[in-house]
Design a protein around this ligand. Sequence first.
Ligand SMILES: [Zn+2]
Length: 274
Amino acid sequence: MLSVWSSSPSDILYILELTLVVLLGLAFGSFATMMAHRGYILKFGKGWQGDDSKSTRSQCPKCQAKLGVFDLIPLLSWLFQRGKCRHCRAPISPVYPAIEVSVLLMSLSFFFLYGFEPFALLFCVIAASSILVGLAVYDLRHKILPNQMVLALAILGLVYRFWPSSYETGIKLQAIEYLGGAALYAVLAFIMGWVMQLLLKKQALGMGDVKFFGAAGLWLGISQLGAFCILSGVLGVALGIGWQYVMKEKVFPFGPALIASFYVVLLLNGSLLP
Ligand SMILES: [Zn+2]
């Protein structure tokens, strides 16, 4: 059994690092919920579940009870209260803890594969995970990828790729690979959308998807374009079939397939950290 007291300093350091990643993952998980929810309020002037409150999660949508600090602890508050409001026992959507767990797992998977050094890059990935999950939930509900969230993802990608210690090959090649990647991915998505529109006689790829391709190119680079396109194509077809089967709707959101592909390619990209 692992005992903190009999461990070497490196073990203790590892436990501290792991704890920090877990806390950050959960905190950014809450942030993902807030982004998906608040983004909707900003756009439509009302909350998800039909409530008109302008708040995010600061009050119960049913009984309007103000939530305290304890109610807002990610994941744990939901588990301890067994998914119900403390005041009126109204069920709280399991989407909230699911979002938090997703961001936590994405943060942990990156930490286990690439470690803690340098922390700035890990932090970028944890923050990006939060945006990716927020975008996926938002797109599943409203079939749109909000500009502000895609822009935030792109800015994090710039920091990630141009952080001083992350230069693999020198600044010029770095710029060609990742700034070129952003342009190439976006142009390719635009052309694909245009061709599909001609063939299907309806809009297939929205401008939100095109912008997301640009942000993905900034993170993944020209060298990962093939992997990203193939994976998002496969996942997109799977999601489309599943969506028609379950939701009985012809139009399905493509964003979650793009977002899952983005994260898988980022995670499995061998040239990630120095
Ligand atoms: Zn309540």
